[in-house]
Design a protein. Structure first.
Length: 391
């Protein structure tokens, strides 16, 4: 077999082909076996009926079937059709010799004199037959090999075409992300500044004025505005992270301290219990800003999956030359339909979201020479693993 493509290799010198010779005359069959095998190309099995041939072919992988035209129980065409019924895709040849050659063979079977002129004629007849049989197998295998190569090339072209279409689609997404991210950032910054100024003014208001604001629910409205600003900032960050070239600026960080700080920043709701099971002295060489984006995305996704409460568990271990960080939740899991697409840009199962979070996460991790994997998901929860090269 071809070690790369799995295709059958061309016939090697010294290989003997397995031949089933179907002929009703047993003496002529035995004679044929002896002389067909003499050139060293073939191993010949003789059977005397079409029915027997079918039984043998079912159980033995012959390279070629050679059949006399007229058999006692059927003709060669009928035998060929019957063999095709149970998918015997092998060369099928007729023992096609002239009447004169057949007469020479039949005469010699009655008086097989070694080293006689008759034996010389018999040897010539069967040498020609042996060569034809070997050539037919070589041709058959070559044709099969070409068909496999053709099919492989067609599949390769189809896959390259699909990859090109995906690359073109991603390029368009990237250009759109750059444009939208840039255009959204400026007005969002204005909104953020206005919110800050309003909060500063509120702090300078009298007690009576503040009571009026509280009675009308104004502080809650400001809180809601702040939440939505954070959400819009995340969308813009996802868009820009997806579109821009990623060049990590790595430094050594204490992983446990890093995760603990992120948890404080994210501030999970009281209904979510956070377990950090990471060694105190574990050091990783990463871009802290990019890893922060990665872990925030994964932890926020996990928290959102547990909308009625649950446990977020973060663990780490070393496997060979990698540091593995696991993020496990106790949410309802990811549907089978979504599992194959969760890292695709713009794919989301949430009613609110861009579908860029996990795509960006994957891109940032790969920029570090690592990978992210959906390890398991079920109604009992979901586990992602982030693999980073050990420092």
């Amino acid at each position: 077999m071809d070690p790369e493509l799995g295709f059958p290799l061309p016939i090697t010198t010294g290989e003997k082909f397995q031949v089933l010779f179907v002929i009703s005359s047993k003496p002529l069959g035995e004679l044929s076996k002896t002389y067909l095998e003499r050139p060293g190309l073939l191993n010949v099995t003789v059977c005397t009926s079409g029915a027997m041939a079918q039984d043998l072919v079912r159980n033995t992988p012959y390279d070629v079937i050679l059949s006399d035209y007229d058999l006692d129980d059927m003709d060669a065409i009928t035998l060929h059709l019957k063999l095709q019924q149970f998918d015997q895709k092998k060369p099928f040849l007729l023992f096609n010799i002239t009447d004169r050659d057949r007469e020479i063979l039949e005469t010699f079977t009655q008086n097989p004199v070694p080293n006689s002129p008759a034996e010389h004629d018999v040897s010539i007849i069967f040498n020609e037959q042996a060569q034809k049989i070997a050539q037919s197998v070589e041709l058959f295998r070559t044709r099969n090999r070409l068909e496999l190569y053709t099919r492989h090339l067609e599949e390769l072209v189809e896959e390259r075409t699909r990859q090109l279409q995906v690359a073109q689609r991603f390029a368009v997404i990237g250009e759109l992300a750059t444009m939208i991210g840039h255009d959204m950032r400026n007005p969002l910054q204005v909104i953020t500044n206005m919110q800050y100024l309003l909060e500063m003014r509120m702090q300078k208001m009298s007690k009576e004025e503040l009571e009026i604001l509280h009675r009308n629910g104004i502080p809650e409205i400001f809180d809601r505005i702040g939440t939505e600003i954070q959400y819009l900032n995340k969308i813009i960050s996802d868009l820009q992270d997806y579109a821009r070239e990623v060049n990590p600026e790595k430094s050594r960080i204490n992983l446990k301290t890093f995760i603990e700080d992120l948890i404080l920043k994210i501030s999970p709701p009281p209904s979510v219990l956070v377990k950090i099971e990471i060694q105190s002295g574990m050091i990783v060489l990463v871009d802290p800003v990019l890893l922060s984006r990665v872990m925030e995305n994964l932890m926020i996704n996990a928290i959102q999956a547990m909308d009625t409460g649950g446990t977020l568990t973060l663990t780490s271990h070393i496997a060979e030359d990698d540091i593995i960080i696991s993020i496990r939740d106790t949410g309802p899991g990811i549907s089978a339909e979504a599992q194959s697409r969760i890292f695709d840009p713009l794919f989301t199962t949430k009613p609110k979201g861009t579908g860029l979070g996990l795509s960006v996460t994957k891109r940032l991790i790969e920029a570090h020479g690592g990978k992210i994997t959906l390890v398991e998901t079920s109604p009992a929860g979901t586990t992602f693993e982030v693999s980073l090269p050990a420092s």
